[in-house]
Design a protein around this ligand. Structure first.
Ligand code: HEC
Ligand code: HEC
Length: 338
């Protein structure tokens, strides 16, 4: 226990959490002491949370696509190109740095292709809006240094190896300055049946034709609110998820309880879970993304630096616990940082 406290204190200091460090460390020691033996390891990358991209196919480069409320036109080939993603609504966001808008050939793909101009991201990538500049910089280093190797980290690895410090800073400042998505952009409800679905280009799950339903089982299914709109990579096109019944209540207990199966998240992620210094905010994000991170940390596919602080948090959580936590956190509305 003493060893753990000693290990944790410098890390809290690095994060800027100097005030109350002693209290935090004491609280952590207490909670870690109360935690039980680790649960059995889970299958590495469950398919519902880690969509596997189907083989790439050539995209139509003739037909001009339109998005609601935009006068712009792009072909699907342009939309899917790593260096020409569409900015359908320039009026919706601040000026885009080049690295976000067009990237740099051959390996720095334009960030907005996957993370969108609003930083909302797609369920197969990640939302970036409002993360701190320091946190984004740390994550780019983590991908580069082999500390983030989870099943969906693949696109970030070549980018992180080719990008330079100025580009990282420009992208980080841009995404950090953005507010959370408007209410309704990402919704989640509990249920037990979901549309039958399949994984399309880029790892996007879409409803299968025919409108049939199937049992949800032990999964969270996140789908576009409008499949055609999302396929245009339009930042105005949002998502809805279904989580198993009882997830929100179970997740809330795990997130808030002191001395339970895990460590209360507010200890480090801020009293309202909107983030604290360089510890990221957790609310209103894709449930698939949150689940992947908890799982990656648990199985050691995300490690290094301050990730050590998260290891005791996930040590005793099983798949059902992580799923419930992800569902609950998504159901909570993030706050715009002042
Ligand atoms: C081809 C798609 C793609 C492009 C382009 C892309 N990313 Fe990512 N990014 C991803 C995926 C997928 C993940 C999530 C990995 C996971 O689930 O572990 C991710 C995650 C991240 C994260 C981690 C977020 C967090 O909360 O820890 C950061 C930071 C990030 N990307 C920054 C960037 C920047 C900056 C650029 C542009 C230079 C960029 N990305 C371009 C696909 C992409
Ligand atoms: C002891 C401090 C501490 C506690 C307690 C803690 N976290 Fe974390 N968490 C961190 C730090 C630090 C990071 C950033 C790690 C890094 O550098 O990549 C993090 C990262 C995360 C991430 C990844 C976010 C992203 O953008 O990729 C998730 C998800 C997460 N924590 C969830 C939780 C949940 C859920 C709880 C409570 C059950 C919790 N954390 C409790 C310190 C903590």
């Amino acid at each position: 226990m003493v060893t753990l406290t000693i290990r944790i204190q410098p890390m809290l200091k690095r994060l800027g959490l100097v005030h109350g460090t002693a209290v935090l460390a004491a609280l952590l020691s207490l909670q870690v002491a109360q935690a039980q033996a680790p649960a059995a390891p889970s299958p590495a990358f469950p398919g519902w949370a880690y969509p596997v991209n189907p083989p790439a196919v050539p995209f139509d480069d003739k037909k001009l696509q339109r998005a609601p409320g935009s006068k712009k036109r792009f072909t699907q080939a342009q939309i899917e190109d790593n260096f020409t993603p569409p900015d359908w609504h320039p009026e919706d966001h601040p000026a885009l740095p080049d690295v976000v808008a067009v990237g740099r050939k051959p390996a720095v793909s334009a960030c907005m292709k996957c993370h969108l101009t609003n930083g909302g991201g797609h369920p197969g990538s990640s939302d970036l809006a409002g993360l701190s500049v320091g946190y984004i910089q740390q994550q780019m280093a983590a991908f580069r240094d082999g500390n983030r190797t989870g099943g969906r980290a693949t696109p970030m690895i070549p980018i992180s190896k080719a990008i330079n410090e100025e580009e990282i800073l420009a992208a980080a400042r841009y995404y950090s300055s953005l507010p959370p998505q408007p209410a309704g952009w990402r919704t989640i409800k509990e249920g037990d049946r979901v549309p039958v679905s399949f994984i399309h280009t880029g790892g996007m799950r879409l409803p299968s034709p025919g409108g049939h339903k199937e049992p949800l089982g032990d999964r969270i299914i996140e789908l576009p609110q409008n499949a055609e709109h999302v396929e245009l990579r339009d930042s105005r096109a949002g998502f809805w998820s279904t989580a198993p019944k009882g997830s929100f209540k179970k997740g809330e207990k795990l997130v808030k309880e002191v001395g339970g199966k895990t460590i209360a998240c507010a200890t480090c992620h801020g009293p309202d879970l909107n983030g604290l210094v360089d510890v990221p905010g957790l609310l209103g994000r894709s449930p698939l993304y949150i689940y992947r991170q908890l799982n990656d940390i648990k199985i050691g596919a995300r490690k290094g630096g301050t990730v050590a602080l998260m290891q005791p948090v996930v040590a005793n959580l099983d798949e059902g616990d992580m799923l419930a936590i992800a569902a609950y956190l998504t159901s909570q509305k993030p706050k715009h940082k002042s």
